[in-house]
Design a protein around this ligand. Structure first.
Ligand SMILES: [Zn+2]
Length: 416
């Protein structure tokens, strides 16, 4: 949520004013006013029947000035019409880029991604682990085409599964480019027709699958149609799922298909890193997927990076501990007098023993040793475990220990 603009970014619930990055269902709700790209506006009208008057369609790159801010939509490369939102506060040039879903590889049916520098980067991190490095896309496409021709050779009908908006059109454009005719599940056919209306030129006229597939045709269907009546009728078929999650071991068995191909409309881990390199942000906030893990990785590289949902945990570096242990012999470690450390020790002692008598003794000696009433009052509140009581309407802050550590270290005279 951007309070100065009263603008929500891809909220799940309907809001008075929201930026809708693209026309996927998990990024859309029936907002009072939806800001989006021209193409997304057309798709949203088709798909969700949102009335014209509630959509504010903006062309890519055209700046819109509003309440002292300059807003600009940039292509995100995720699916046709998908946009990133770049915001500049005019008075001090502070800037923010919200990526929405994006990918860095060039697609056949989506506009290519364009990044712009920003102070704050809010980015999606669906595939935010280093293990998610997709193979070269030409290799993946060659494997998909090989799969199709092998099925034809064995007299089977190849079926490719991918989201009805985005992946399905990428698959269709690929097979069309190689002269293979395709039959489309009704949802895919409808979305393909909508994409063609918005001006995607790489797509052929959609032909709907009616349960009968002549030899030499490939079928393209959404993943949720895998056990549909329409496809169950097709007896001799060979199935494949197109998804970035194909990188996970065992995904073939989880999706219950004959083959999986890592063709994704999201950036892989190197793609996420490329985004950071191009945007050159001072601060990064991560959303979706491995958001916490990716933020942790960036912090380890010295960046100011946090998961937008909170809950970042404290990183304990084994190397640092090892260095400290090694130097302990040379200079005697003198512990600073620190009431927080004493409090921590007390909690550890109380936690370690199951004896109630011992717990009481630890508490008594700690409380007796406190220097003043203020400390006593604070300790009593925190020891109840109810420093932040649950009350109706209150929300959990999801503040993890990494945030607490950073806050503590920002105080004067506080050291690690
Ligand atoms: Zn999406």
């Amino acid at each position: 949520y951007l309070p100065e603009l009263d603008l929500w970014l891809d909220p799940w619930e309907a809001k008075p004013r929201a930026f809708v990055s693209h026309a996927h269902a998990d990024h859309f709700a029936r907002h009072e006013s939806a800001l989006c790209s021209d193409v997304t506006a057309m798709l949203v009208r088709k798909r969700f029947h949102l009335p014209e008057g509630r959509i504010e369609a903006v062309s890519f790159h055209v700046p819109v000035v509003r309440d002292g801010f300059r807003l600009r939509l940039l292509p995100a490369g995720h699916i046709s019409g998908s946009a990133m939102l770049h915001v500049t506060r005019i008075k001090d040039n502070a800037s923010l880029l919200y990526t929405g879903d994006f990918k860095t590889r060039r697609g056949r049916t989506a506009e290519s991604v364009i990044f712009l520098n920003a102070d704050t980067l809010v980015m999606e991190t669906t595939f935010g682990l280093p293990s998610y490095e997709f193979p070269n896309v030409m290799e993946t496409e060659a494997s998909i085409l090989g799969f199709i021709h092998d099925a034809f050779a064995d007299g089977e009908t190849p079926v490719l599964f991918g989201y009805s908006l985005g992946k399905a059109q990428e698959a269709l454009a690929l097979v069309h480019e190689h002269g293979i005719p395709a039959l489309l599940h009704p949802n895919v056919a409808a979305m393909t027709a909508a994409c063609r209306e918005t001006g995607v030129e790489t797509l052929p006229e959609p032909v709907e699958f009616d349960g009968h597939a002549p030899p030499g045709h490939v079928i393209i269907a959404p993943p949720n149609a895998i056990r549909s009546k329409l496809l169950r009728g097709l007896k001799v078929k060979r199935t494949a799922m197109l998804t970035g999650w194909a990188m996970q071991p065992g995904s073939k068995f989880r999706y219950r298909v004959d083959e999986v191909f890592p063709l994704s409309d999201h950036a892989d881990h190197p793609g996420l890193m490329e985004c950071i390199k191009r945007v050159r942000p001072k601060r990064v906030l991560t959303v979706h997927g491995f958001a916490r893990e990716f933020a942790t990785e960036l912090r380890a590289k010295g960046m100011d990076a946090w998961c937008a949902m909170g809950g970042d945990q404290l990183e304990l570096s084994i190397n640092q501990t090892a260095q400290r242990t090694a130097s302990a012999g040379a200079t005697r470690h003198i512990r600073a007098i620190c009431s927080l450390a004493d409090f921590g020790d007390l909690c550890r002692l109380v936690g370690e023993t199951s004896s109630r008598v011992a717990k009481t003794e630890f508490l008594a000696s700690y409380l007796k040793g406190l220097a003043n009433d203020e400390d006593l009052r604070l300790a009593a509140v925190w020891l109840t475990g109810e420093a932040l009581p649950r009350r109706a309407g209150r929300r959990s802050l999801h503040v993890g220990s990494a945030t607490i550590r950073q806050a503590l270290l920002s105080l004067p005279n506080v050291r690690e």
